[in-house]
Design a protein around this ligand. Structure first.
Ligand SMILES: Cc1ncc(COP(=O)(O)O)c(C=O)c1O
Length: 388
């Protein structure tokens, strides 16, 4: 057979996915998965019921390519109110999760050789998408203690080949929420050097301290900023595969062409579900889930304070913590394997996210399992220390 496309060789299967597959094969009955990047709650009932009704009524056909007009109008008015930017319904594109939004946005922006700024630690698909588009990822280091980005480094690396910056606040995997000042500096560099900004805001509701600020608010007409968001995390709707991007009409029309190459529209039923999710009646469910995450976060941070070897600042957002494990083990994958085999707890090695000194722990899991998992982690860390 002839070789497959070279493109496939540009992407590695991230270690955190491989670990999950490996763990499942081990056959341990008491495994606890703290590597999960999705809410463990069920989708709120009102949303499910709206979808059921839509199906029964035969709402089972293609929709407008950009997405239902009502849904886009609703999102445009939400974004205008919350971000204080100008956006119309035709500046919104409903996508198959924010994952598709990231891919098609980068495919329509990046030429081979263009440089794209990624802040470490990063969400792994950014790297894959940049590479598939033929772009060159340029990494901005971070402070391995505070987990905050090194903005001085950003100023140094931007050059005439730089095309775009990807900002993800609150950040997966670190949980860090970028300060307004940091975002302002990034926005100013973007204007000064004429760069596009992709702002991945899928965790915008997951804030435990302070408030969320969108970098888009520095770009009132969304001249260069593309907002990317999703229903997956806020409404526990990962399996419905629905997200969106927002930008100026011209840019979004171009991105729509890319989408047309792989899909017609997002599934009609999920769009009705999303419309329901945006209604006030969903808010009480969202608040309940957020209160539960806040409780879990507090518990996890309390437990971690008993393990000084796992250094971790208190992240203000998302549902992850990203402790630095280098005081006991320099190789995050080795430490991940140790926790898997010794404690029967699955976490994600930091090397998947651009740091071999850290591991990512998700607290999207019941308190009962968190309690068990952290008792085991504390014990395993003590034994690791004794062993080495
Ligand atoms: C930062 C970030 N962006 C995008 C996504 C993709 O989510 P979805 O495609 O379900 O919207 C994820 C999922 O984990 C994420 O963590």
């Amino acid at each position: 057979m002839k070789d497959l496309a070279e493109r496939g060789k540009l992407i590695e299967r991230p270690a955190h996915r491989a670990i999950r597959d490996y763990a499942a094969k081990l056959g341990y009955r008491d495994l606890i998965y703290l590597n999960v990047g999705e809410p463990d709650f069920s989708t709120p009932k009102n949303i499910v019921n709206a979808a059921k009704k839509a199906m029964e009524k035969g709402f089972t056909h293609y929709t407008e390519e950009r997405g239902l007009v009502k849904l886009r109008e609703s999102l445009a008015s939400k974004i205008r109110a919350e971000r204080k930017v100008e956006v119309e319904k035709d500046g919104i594109l409903i996508t198959n999760g924010s994952a598709e939004a990231i891919f098609i946005a980068l495919m329509s922006l990046i030429n081979p050789g263009d440089e794209v700024i990624l802040f470490k630690p990063y969400y792994p698909p950014y790297l894959s998408c940049v590479r598939i588009a033929g772009g060159k990822p340029v990494f901005i280091p971070f402070n391995t203690e505070t987990l905050t980005p090194n903005i001085e480094a950003l100023k140094e690396v931007v050059n005439e080949k730089t095309k775009a910056i990807i900002v993800n606040s609150p950040c997966n995997p670190s949980g860090v929420v970028y300060d307004k000042d940091v975002l302002k500096t990034i926005a100013e560099i973007a204007v000064d050097k004429d760069l596009y900004v992709l702002s991945d805001e899928v965790y915008d509701r997951f804030i435990y301290n302070g408030s969320f600020y969108s970098i888009s608010s520095f770009d009132k007409n969304l001249e260069r900023t593309i907002i990317i968001n999703s229903f997956s995390k806020t409404y526990a709707m990962t399996g419905w595969r629905i997200g969106y991007l927002a930008g100026n009409k011209e840019l979004v029309s171009n991105i729509l062409k890319m989408r047309g190459a792989v899909n017609v529209c997002v599934n009609a039923i999920s769009q009705i579900a999303a419309l329901e999710a945006l209604k006030k009646s969903s808010e009480k469910h969202v608040k309940k889930m957020l209160a539960e995450y806040a409780k879990r976060r507090k518990f996890v941070l309390d437990m971690l304070s008993k393990v000084p070897e796992l250094k971790c600042p208190k992240p203000d957002g998302a549902f992850y913590i990203f402790p630095n494990v280098s005081a006991i083990e320099k190789d995050s994958l080795k430490f991940t394997m140790y926790l898997l085999e010794k404690a029967h707890v699955v976490v994600s090695p930091g090397n998947s996210f651009g740091s071999n000194e850290h591991i990512r722990i998700s607290y999207s899991c019941s308190m009962e399992n968190l309690r068990k998992a952290f008792n085991r982690i504390v014990k395993a860390v003590k034994e690791y220390k004794a062993k080495t």
